[in-house]
Design a protein around this ligand. Structure first.
Ligand code: KG4
Ligand code: ZN
Length: 340
């Protein structure tokens, strides 16, 4: 099969972002995202509101992605969509839309695993970005995921560690809520952390065997610590905010790095790729760079717009599956707990 002129539309609707992207031979032509601000007032994603917003956004978002790509929809070779994992009500909107469009245009449908999308985003053709060689370790860290995957080939991946409760982004967001910060709190904690003393306060790291993570105990530790200190000094948060943020960040980055080091030693893989919203974090980026000198790692971080939830990552998986002749049946179902 020729890979000369392949146009794929990718659609992502697994959580609270409605996104569409057109990819041409591995290069992104458009990457459109409608964020749902409505959840900020609730301090987290409200599933029912998310699916309603997807319903409103999906037609204009897809329309814009095709227009921005400068193509006509009749040029599309296939439609790729996120099948799961994610919120069922949200996934259903993208799945149904993708099916109808593929049916209408009489082109193939390609179902995509969202977690594979985060990982294969590293294979988007992008100037000055080097793709990781197989095998590599991929750590996906966001508000919904915390996972380390041994990536042997595009579609040969093994999850070797994951969270047994909260995701790392939730640890940031919930700590932020305790401190009275807005949602999502990760970026502000990160900003303040750079101005504070990381060793001002000590939080114990959870003891979880092997390569798995746990963050629910950390959030409780932050809560008890703040309650105790506020009893003694009602101004404690205001007077120490940067130091508290720096100490939280120091602990979280330490947890992530400990597991990455263990994964690298156990697998003897030194190519490390990260993705997901938390990969924007300055602490984790610095720790990875340090790992290049300390442990001989080579690290890979995609452009920010390809690390948070987006449809370009769905489009690249669609492209790779297209080349691989991996198409879906029209009766494929959304799956909230889809595994890698
Ligand atoms: O990938 P993403 O945009 O959405 C999903 O959760 O799927 O990730 C959002 C998460 C939020 O929890 C947010 O607080 C966190 O990423 N985040 C950060 C930073 N930027 C975003 N956490 C720590 N440091 C940051 N700079
Ligand atoms: Zn995601």
């Amino acid at each position: 099969m020729s890979s000369q002129n392949i146009y794929i539309l990718g659609i992502e609707s697994s959580c609270d972002d409605t996104a569409a992207s057109v990819i041409h031979n591995g290069r992104i032509l458009s990457n459109v995202i409608a964020n749902q601000k409505i959840h900020n007032d609730y301090g987290g994603v409200v599933p029912e509101l998310a699916s309603r917003a997807h319903q409103q956004n999906i037609v204009p978002v897809v329309d814009q992605a095709i227009k921005k790509a400068g193509i006509n929809k009749s040029q599309l070779n296939a439609i790729a969509f996120t099948r799961g994992p994610g919120l069922m009500g949200s996934l259903l909107v993208g799945t149904s839309f993708a099916k109808s469009l593929a049916y209408g245009l009489k082109i193939p449908l390609i179902d995509v695993n969202h977690m594979q999308g985060h990982i294969l985003a590293h294979f988007i053709e992008e100037k000055d970005f080097i793709k990781p060689p197989f095998p590599f370790l991929a750590m996906t860290i966001s508000g919904g995921h915390t996972q380390i995957v041994n990536v042997k080939h595009y579609f040969d991946m093994e999850v070797i560690g994951e969270t047994i409760d909260d995701a790392v982004g939730e640890a940031y967001d919930k700590s932020g809520k305790i401190l009275g910060l807005g949602y999502p709190a990760g970026p502000e904690i990160d900003k303040r952390a750079q101005l504070g003393n990381p060793k001002a306060f000590k939080f114990t790291k959870p003891k979880v065997e092997g390569l798995n993570f746990s963050f629910s105990g950390f959030k409780t530790a932050v809560l008890y610590f703040i309650q105790r200190e506020m009893k003694a000094n009602p101004n404690f948060i205001n007077e120490n905010l940067n130091d508290i943020c720096a100490s939280i960040q120091y602990t979280i980055v330490g947890i992530l790095l400990d597991k990455l080091k263990l994964a690298s030693t156990q697998t003897n893989i030194k190519h490390i790729a990260i993705g997901g919203g938390v990969s924007a974090n300055s602490g984790i980026r610095k720790a990875l760079k340090d790992g290049e000198h300390k442990f001989g790692w080579t690290t890979y971080i995609p452009k920010f717009e390809y690390t948070t939830d987006n449809a370009a990552m769905i489009a690249i998986v669609g492209y790779l599956k297209y080349l691989n002749n991996s198409f879906s049946n029209n009766n494929v179902m959304a799956s909230a707990r889809l595994k890698i």
